[in-house]
Design a protein around this ligand. Structure first.
Ligand code: PMP
Ligand code: GLU
Length: 405
């Protein structure tokens, strides 16, 4: 046995069973190729290319000067929990008090916490697919069973209430989805969410984990609707959000939940043993983000919408690609399966993993395979990049696929 195999076998089974995050793995590969001097265009990680607005940075500097250097309460500073409760009322029409809020180290951490707190081994978690890569792995870590329900391309990748209800069993504990969605950019309308809410209302043991991290990047005239605002099910909806996307604060690592107090208390208890309260300076900056001027957030949303238009137009021009029109977030998710089975003379493309690996190594454009998102016919392209980089990347993709026979 090689040394590598021996040490891998010493890792706990839960880690050996876990997939590596494909978004982060592709980003790492792109960085490595760039470090070797290649002109890589990295459209793999979903991360705003804007800087955090100045007034938020100022609040962080002030927090340092004012001496917020110690541990914060585990669930977050009281002023931040109040700002989040006020934000839920203002933007989402959700009535939570500060005691219903827990602040964590990114929305990713918030989601993982809730799953750990609610899911017992063998419990089923319905995941609307395509879904963000980490959902199924978080469920696996809790020894739950993912039940993936596919939204079809024809229905803009959205799951219908009928499909959802058909997937519910007496082991179903949670249903989880993101709207606006990563990777598809699809947005569930108020009517669609109300219809899903009616299904939830009929199944009183089912909880909803609503991931609203892309709330402010929504191009629909109707705007964002929160399923947690439906009174009949409000105590069974856990709304997750954060500042990473809307305020260009990915590195600050702040996420939060609004949930029934017993769930919030469970998350606080878990967090108290695993991470403690999150970064004190970032919490103070988040108070400024949530209570301050929203104009930079709206301006960034407009920029993403313009890029969406550009990218969709260019992708529609790539022979063989099938392209939906994202209504939010900052991703395009073309179906590229037309090219499966084709070859450039040396390499044959059999699936989305082959496709993105080949694109990266041949034309240095980094994207993410649809396989990790539950959609093996697609690839994900982040549109959070400068217009010139997006145009250049899609031209390289177009030239590359022209060599496939
Ligand atoms: N949910 C979705 C759908 C995401 O795309 C992301 C992006 N990382 C997250 C949650 C986590 O966000 P954060 O950076 O706040 O952990
Ligand atoms: N949410 C982003 C993405 O999907 C960030 C990377 C990650 O945490 O997966 O690319």
């Amino acid at each position: 046995m090689s040394a590598l195999l021996e040490t891998a076998s010493l890792l706990a089974d839960r880690i050996n069973a876990l997939e590596e995050s494909s978004t982060l793995a592709m980003t790492k590969k792109a960085r490595e190729l760039a470090a070797q001097g290649h002109k890589v265009i990295s459209l793999s990680v979903g991360e705003p290319d804007f800087k955090t607005p100045a007034h938020i940075c100022e609040a962080a500097k002030k927090a340092i000067d004012d001496g917020f250097h110690g541990y914060s309460p585990v669930a977050g500073y009281p002023d931040l929990r109040k700002a989040i409760a006020d934000k839920f009322k203002r933007d989402n029409n959700i009535d939570w008090k500060p005691e219903n809020i827990v602040v964590s180290t990114g929305a990713k951490h918030s989601l993982a916490n809730v799953i750990q707190v609610l899911v017992n081994p063998g419990d089923e978690v319905i995941i609307f697919s395509p879904y963000w890569v980490s959902y199924s792995e978080m469920v696996k870590l809790a020894e739950g069973k993912s039940v993936v329900v596919d939204g079809t391309f024809e229905n803009d990748f959205k799951v219908t209430p009928e499909q959802f209800e058909a997937a519910i069993t007496d082991r179903t504990k949670v249903v989880m989805f993101a709207s606006p969605n990563n990777p598809t950019g699809s947005v569930y309308s108020e009517a669609e969410l109300r219809a899903i809410g009616e299904v939830v209302a009929r199944h009183e043991n089912v909880f909803v984990l609503a991931d609203e991290i892309y709330e402010y990047i929504n191009f629909t005239p109707e705007g964002h609707f929160s399923i947690g605002s439906i009174p009949a099910i409000a105590d069974r909806v856990i709304t997750v959000n954060g500042v990473a996307k809307g305020f260009a604060m990915t590195g600050w690592r702040i996420g939060f939940i609004g949930a029934a107090k017993w769930i919030a208390d469970g998350v606080e208890k878990l967090q108290g043993q695993v991470t403690s309260g999150t970064n004190s300076i970032a919490q103070k900056a988040t108070v400024a983000a949530l209570t301050g001027d929203m104009q930079p957030t709206y301006d960034m949303g407009k920029a993403y919408e313009r890029r969406r238009d550009l990218v969709v137009k260019l992708l529609q021009d790539v022979p063989g690609f099938k392209v939906n029109v994202p209504q939010g977030a900052f991703y395009a998710f073309p179906d590229v399966s037309y090219y499966y089975g084709k070859s450039d003379g040396t390499i044959t493309i059999n699936d989305s993993d082959d496709f993105v690996g080949w694109l990266l190594n041949s034309v240095y454009v980094s994207t993410v395979a649809g396989s990790g998102f539950g959609a093996p016919n697609c690839i994900r392209i982040s549109t959070a990049a400068a217009d010139e980089a997006l145009a250049e990347a899609i031209q390289r993709i177009k030239d590359a696929v022209a060599t496939l026979k």
